[in-house]
Write a protein that binds this ligand. Structure first.
Ligand code: FAD
Length: 436
């Protein structure tokens, strides 16, 4: 006889604590089969076979598996396309319901819609819970019901709405005997899926109160470890946003604001899905006379522009999958304005390289820097990469580390002269914006 189970399907919520969908699954009255799918629809698109995000997921699954073993269960890990995997599971189990946490990205919404339809054919409910944000979709909106497009009033409303309940945890451990006791199969190896380990360490998931307390003073300096590096953990849910927001509320309002930026951009993507499909939030910006010089783009990607702060950032990204926020702003502005290259090219490069890649935040950050976004820097603000370096890397610690040859003859001359590029950008941007 096929065992009756409910399934909890892990996606961007890879933790066994404070997990909304898992809590509801454990309280559904049926044993819970915890499931993860290595989704071929995503993996097949990754050209880099040492993609560290796949390795991060893999290592996290091993940790989850061990914890579940201690609780008398195992993690069911499958490799395939979600619809195919669910067809297999329907043949193996009597499924009473499938529990998930909502993933708001366009691919995920479409995938979940298809699985929901597939299950509905057998009268099996598909449940989806808010877990990766404090406020989702239209929970923070203007009094007239329209969405905010400016961050500051959005954040004010966010703070007015948040309370102990919205930050409270979903307990898991006390229900740990409700997982299905089953032998499970082995976790497919990275090699069997065509991937390799890079073997570099990942940022720690520990939320450091001492760092949060100094965050406001230190966060703008790429030469010091002044930001949390928790992006990858928020991306894959190895840290709970509620636990983090509770700590932020106690330790640092500036840090809390950054978490609110994250939700702001998720809200923008949900309310204005066209931004995730290559469109500028402000349509006039889709008519800028771009140069799109491929040779210059390659130099930007490789960290060979002759501007040490830009090059340091790009080299840090290429080597580690991380780039400091201040430097992300500078390199993005440099690409969009100094070089007049389509910001979508830069967005795609970041999407391939960033460990913490997140469609909403990446798109929001790029559109902010290019001036085309909802609450963007005005187009006439063009970062001067030399002054930015002087201000935010005054002792050159960051530049020395990533561009040790910056003062030598071998280091390239700037690919574009700042003042000329600034004026050129202002003219081209003004033309596009005024003509519309
Ligand atoms: P901290 O400063 O410690 O902040 C804590 C968390 O708050 C971050 O991990 C992140 O989840 C969130 N956060 C902080 N700043 C922002 C912000 N401006 N917008 C949205 N969320 C924020 N962030 C991503 O998570 N994924 C991306 O793909 C991404 N792409 C970006 C692209 C550009 C061009 C720019 C300018 C910014 C981008 N950001 C992105 C935002 C920000 O740079 C990173 O979140 C941050 O640098 C990650 O480092 P951290 O974890 O140490 O952040």
């Amino acid at each position: 006889m096929r065992p009756a189970v409910c399934i909890f399907w892990f996606r961007r919520d890879l933790r066994l604590e404070d997990n909304a969908g898992l809590y509801h699954a454990l309280n559904s009255g049926n044993p819970v089969l915890p499931l993860f799918i290595f989704d071929r629809n995503i993996l097949d698109l990754l050209e880099n076979k040492t993609d560290r995000r796949v390795e991060f997921i893999y290592e996290t699954l091993i940790t989850l598996h061990k914890q579940l073993n201690e609780w008398g269960s195992t993690l069911e890990v499958r490799y395939g396309r979600p619809d195919g995997v669910f067809h297999q599971l329907l043949a193996e189990y009597t499924i009473t319901g499938v529990y998930t946490n909502t993933d708001y990205e366009p691919y995920a919404t479409e995938r979940d819609g298809e699985i929901k339809k597939l299950l509905a054919a057998g009268d099996i409910p598909f449940y989806s819970y808010k877990d990766q944000v404090i406020f989702e979709k239209n929970e923070v909106q203007k009094d007239d019901g329209s969405p905010y497009t400016i961050f500051t009033p959005y954040s004010r409303k966010w703070k007015a709405l948040v309370n102990d309940l919205s930050l409270s945890s979903w307990p898991i451990k006390k229900y740990c005997n409700r997982f299905l006791p089953h032998p499970g199969g082995p976790i497919p190896s990275l090699a069997s899926m065509g991937f390799k380990k890079a073997g570099e360490p990942f940022p720690s998931a520990v939320i450091r109160t001492d760092l949060l307390k100094k965050y406001a003073q230190q966060r703008d300096y790429p030469g010091i470890h002044g930001t949390s590096h928790l992006g990858v953990h928020l991306r894959f849910g190895t840290v709970s946003i509620r636990a983090l927001a509770r700590k932020a509320s106690e330790a640092s309002d500036t840090f809390l604001n950054e978490l609110i930026w994250r939700e702001f951009y998720q809200m923008i993507l949900w309310q204005f899905p066209q931004v995730g499909k290559g469109k500028a939030f402000k349509p006039a910006y889709d008519h800028i006379q771009l140069r799109n010089n491929e040779n210059e783009f390659e130099k930007w990607c490789a960290g060979q522009t002759g501007y040490p702060l830009v090059d340091a950032g790009m080299r840090e990204l290429n080597a580690t999958g991380f780039m400091h926020n201040r430097v992300r702003m500078v390199v993005a502005s440099f690409l969009a304005k100094h070089l007049l290259i389509d910001w979508r090219w830069g967005e795609a490069w970041f999407a391939e390289k960033l460990l913490d890649f997140d469609l909403a935040a990446n798109n929001g950050g790029w559109q902010w820097a290019a001036g085309s976004g909802c609450d963007a820097a005005p187009y006439f603000r063009v970062f001067n990469p030399t002054l930015q370096a002087r201000k935010f890397d005054p002792d050159l610690r960051y530049i020395h580390h990533w561009v040790p040859e910056w003062a030598e003859h071998s280091y390239p001359r700037p690919i574009v002269e700042h003042e000329m590029a600034r004026k050129r950008a202002l003219e081209v941007y003004a033309k596009a914006v005024k003509e519309r």
